[in-house]
Design a protein around this ligand. Structure first.
Ligand code: COA
Length: 98
């Protein structure tokens, strides 16, 4: 749960031996004003501490791609409708197998 004067969203990160996977990030529309970036900073910090890249999957049409790009994520096509994105960008050629 993302708590900010009450529950404003949900985040779930699956931790694997060689990478973290951002499985869910959603913020209530009434609280979408920088909260997503704050949460992203925290989970990127955790991945950095573990010395692993953070991967996620996002629909091509999702405006969240801009948010991830601003943080320096790199992207590669996953299928016809989704992109995989990773931080740091240097991990782009080692996509997760699970
Ligand atoms: C993605 C999300 C968590 C960002 O939270 P936020 O508090 O708005 O984040 P910030 O204010 O720090 O960043 C704003 C950026 O979020 C993204 N964003 C804004 N509205 C969005 C929406 N309805 N859906 C997806 N992303 C959105 C844009 O990239 C925006 O950047 P821009 O100003 O260049 O357009 C939030 O918009 C959301 O919950 N969206 C719906 C669920 C979703 O798409 N999650 C991501 C799945 S990979």
């Amino acid at each position: 749960m993302i708590l900010y004067d009450g529950v404003v969203g949900f985040v779930r990160v699956n931790k694997h031996p060689g990478h973290d996977w951002l499985d869910l990030l959603v913020v209530d529309p009434s609280s979408q004003d920088g909260v997503g970036s704050q949460v992203l900073r925290v989970i990127l910090g955790e991945a950095k501490e573990r010395n692993v890249p953070l991967w996620l999957s996002v629909y091509l049409t999702n405006p969240a791609r801009r948010l991830y790009a601003r943080f320096g994520f790199a992207e590669r096509p996953r299928d016809e409708i989704r992109m995989q994105m990773v931080y740091p960008a240097s991990a782009i050629d080692q996509p997760p197998t699970c």
